[in-house]
Design a binder for this molecule. Structure first.
Ligand code: NAD
Ligand code: MG
Length: 398
């Protein structure tokens, strides 16, 4: 993905679909559209079951296509949406992702919900702005292969990957010149907490991120740093690199969003405040640069940036992600599925924080790690891993 022809990008005004428009990324994308209505036109939005929120968005942006993923029933909602065409259920997301009039699809769904719509958008040859990292973690091999075959661009929204994408463009020949990628991570909610107090971590504490205001799953993933693990795997697929070329550093301020180290020893980083509006805008308007929706950094005030190595004892999920990358095959799919089950159980108050990494580790040990020959094999491993992880939630019964 590092080299592609900018002339292949859709012209402005760009017609965009926002899958997950009611979420954290989706709402910030709408801020960009609000600022640049001459450049961006929303032709499709989706939510899960937030009928009222969707109605407000539809009304403000006069969106002609609206998706309600949780519902299989469209008729009862027509009154809410000012005559917009309704698309319901999983099938509705696929329809929105491949809308004929759309140029660019922002995938801001959460977890595995984004896989099918992303593949549909790729097959329909849309430009993709991908926030939903689990899509690449779960099925990176098949998603990147489909993107190559369809000549489809995947622009990374995740702040680290967006930073890497921007920095990598300084390479004359990315394949030979990029030595490694250094992903930064804030360390999440528990970077200071003594390890002997991890057993008492509550959901409320885990949802209180020091730097970023994000959706629930990604916030818990940040606290365990499973998020950085998912991002390592995401980077591996996006940039086509080996696991030993991917490094993580703890950077408390979340201002340097990631760095590329070149073969001549130079390291380039991308800096902006910890707000997803910067990478979202970069993707939606790429390759154009316009004024941001929020103020950027000021060097008229002191700014401290510090970096420290990862303590894997504090963040065992990150170690498991490296192990999954080294194993290859469906290990990454299994890591993602087990993490999703464990996080959902933690949020529901059914699993202690300290068991999240154990559920992932035990699921990885239980599922045969094969090299998937098809997307079906990936989906099968995903389902097996979910079942096994679910059983592990009640260890005394297993
Ligand atoms: P969120 O929970 O705030 O929003 C998710 C959106 O998807 C909502 O519109 C919701 O209605 C919809 N949705 C949820 N479950 C669904 C399902 N099963 N089927 C269809 N739709 C469903 O999530 P978010 O924080 O915006 O994150 C979206 C993606 O972006 C995640 O993969 C996350 O890891 C990634 N990401 C988020 C941030 C951030 O700052 N929020 C940063 C980097 C990457
Ligand atoms: Mg990120």
């Amino acid at each position: 993905m590092l080299h592609f022809d900018v002339s292949e990008l859709p012209d402005f005004p760009r017609k965009i679909v926002i899958l997950g428009a009611t979420g954290s990324i989706g709402s910030q994308a709408l801020e960009i559209v609000r600022k640049y209505p001459d450049l961006l036109q929303v032709v499709g939005i989706s939510g899960y079951h937030q009928v009222d929120e969707l109605a407000v968005i539809q009304n403000e942006f006069s969106v002609p296509h609206v998706g309600l993923a949780a519902s299989e029933e469209s008729t009862s909602f027509t009154g809410h949406f000012g005559g917009a065409k309704m698309h319901t259920g999983k099938e509705g997301l696929v329809e929105l992702a491949s809308l004929e009039q759309a140029d660019l699809v922002l995938v801001a769904l959460v977890g595995t919900a984004g896989l099918e719509p992303t593949l549909a958008a790729i097959e329909a040859k849309k430009t993709i702005a991908l926030a939903n990292k689990e899509v690449l973690v779960m099925a990176g091999k098949f998603v990147t292969q489909a993107a190559r075959e369809n000549g489809c661009l995947i622009l990374p929204v995740d702040s680290e990957h967006n930073a890497l994408f921007q920095c990598a463009q300084a390479a004359h020949d990315a394949t030979s010149e990029i030595e490694k990628l250094i992903l930064t991570g804030s360390g999440g909610s528990f970077r200071e907490r003594p390890l002997d107090q991890f057993a008492s971590i509550t959901v409320e504490e885990a949802l209180n991120h020091p730097n970023w205001d994000m959706g629930q799953k990604v916030t818990i993933d940040s606290a365990t740093m499973a998020n950085k693990g998912l991002e390592l795997i995401e980077a591996k697929w996006l940039f086509n690199l080996r696991p030993d070329q991917l490094e993580v550093t703890i950077h408390r301020q979340s201002i340097v969003h990631s760095m590329v180290q070149f073969c001549d020893g130079s390291i380039l980083g991308q800096l902006s405040p910890p707000s997803m509006t910067f990478p979202i805008q970069h993707c939606l308007l790429y390759p154009e640069r316009r004024a941001p929706v929020q103020p950027t950094l000021s060097f008229q005030e002191s700014l401290n940036l510090d970096f420290s190595p990862v303590d894997f004892e504090r963040y065992p999920c990150l170690k498991l992600a490296y192990a999954a990358m080294d194993h290859g095959g469906v290990a990454e799919t299994v890591f993602n599925a087990a993490n999703e089950v464990a996080v959902a159980a933690f949020v529901a108050g059914e699993l202690p924080f300290l068991r999240i990494n154990q559920v992932i580790e035990q699921t990885l040990a239980a599922i045969p790690i094969t090299d998937p020959s098809s997307l079906d094999a990936v989906l099968d491993a995903d389902q097996q891993a979910r079942r096994r992880a679910q059983e592990l939630l009640t260890p005394t019964l297993c």
